[in-house]
Design a protein around this ligand. Structure first.
Ligand SMILES: Cc1ncc(COP(=O)(O)O)c(C=O)c1O
Length: 346
């Protein structure tokens, strides 16, 4: 067996959409260098990281705030804008939104997905009922779909017209192909629109916890005021590694290419097994196992393979599987086949 196809010895972690190729060596070196300065508090203003993000995304620095992962950014934003009173999300989406929104006392309405895609018309209709804080996951977790350009346009127009604040969570944007429409052009110029970007996925820094909100300067200022309660929340290893990761776009490009190739291998394997799966613009694929998703998830776990049953996300009968390395993908398909036919030899 070649090293590319040999089964990995460690458990297969295919449940958290991590980067199986690690992080940029430059980011790891930057974090390592900061270990020698752990006796010093990190920069509470995150100036160097914000300047790097501003240059990278061509946006003014006063339109950026960073946090300890997007999880924290979502909570800080919900706290900052809680006087909006009501929030709107889609059903079957990233659970960080309803959890943070409800924790901060916002009244949350969830609109259904439209054939596993974000139904932007239902979101606009909700905004037309009165100002709301709206979270849109694009590309969408856990279905992997993206909004088309008209939908992004309509949502940004509705934000302006209704006084709502629309947050586009683009945690998976780096994996999407050229057809993807980011809301960054609106976040650069307009009020009431923000974009979230994470260093946990394509940049491979999930453990270090860095996420950014880019957009509406008012929302940024209010979020920064919340952040004052925990001034050193993004540690110095994380700040340095994120800057170095941003500077290593070659690593990012390599991750993008490798992910697309491994995703194709995964989809081909699923096709061979006759398993329906949703088209994905991300580093995960969501597959249909009606009636058997929890049992297959259990069987896979017994075989040292972690996948995400999406029942609690509002999608029973589906599991989300991260795109691993080629060896991991081939091992996963083999283990899935065994889980589907438990009597077959391994
Ligand atoms: C859509 C989405 N947003 C945000 C997050 C949280 O990202 P972070 O690791 O930056 O907190 C995740 C994590 O899986 C996610 O899928």
């Amino acid at each position: 067996m070649s090293p590319q196809t040999r089964a990995p010895a460690a458990p297969l972690r295919l449940h958290r959409s991590e980067n199986p190729w690690g992080a940029s060596p430059r980011a790891v070196d930057a974090a390592r260098a900061e270990l020698l300065r752990v006796n010093r508090y990190p920069d509470p203003s995150h100036t160097a990281l914000i300047d790097a993000l501003a240059a990278h995304h061509r946006v003014a620095a006063d339109r950026i705030v960073v946090g300890n992962g997007l999880d924290e950014v979502v909570l800080m934003l919900a706290l900052a804008l809680r006087d909006t009173g009501r929030a709107v999300v889609t059903e079957a989406t990233f659970q960080g939104y309803p959890k943070s929104l409800e924790a901060t006392g916002l009244d949350v309405t969830a609109v259904p997905l439209d054939r596993h895609r974000v139904g932007h018309r239902a979101l606009v209709a909700q905004m037309e009922r009165g100002p709301a804080l709206v979270f849109v996951c694009n590309p969408h977790n856990p279905t992997g779909s993206v909004l088309d350009a008209d939908a992004v346009h309509d949502l940004c127009d509705a934000a302006r017209a209704t006084g709502s604040h629309v947050v586009f969570d683009e945690a998976y944007a780096e994996f999407a192909d050229d057809s993807f429409t980011s809301a960054l052009p609106w976040a650069r110029e307009q009020g009431n629109v923000s974009v979230l970007r994470s260093f946990s996925k394509a940049y491979g820094l999930a453990s270090l916890r860095v996420g950014a909100l880019i957009g509406d300067p008012g929302a940024v200022a209010r979020t920064a005021a919340v952040q004052d309660a925990m001034p050193f929340h993004v540690n110095r290893l994380a700040q340095a590694a994120a800057r170095a990761a941003l500077a290593d776009q070659a690593f990012l490009e390599q991750t993008r290419i490798r992910t697309a190739a491994a995703r194709l291998t995964l989809c081909t394997g699923l096709d061979r097994l006759g398993i329906r799966h949703l088209p994905s613009q991300t580093n995960f694929v969501t597959l249909h196992l009606p009636g058997t998703a929890p049992e297959v998830t259990r069987q896979l776990l017994a075989d040292d393979t972690f996948v995400r049953d999406t029942t609690d996300l509002g999608m029973p009968g589906w599991i989300r599987v991260s795109v691993g390395t080629p060896a991991e993908v081939l091992t996963f398909v083999r283990r899935l086949e065994a889980a589907l036919t438990p009597e077959s030899p391994r």
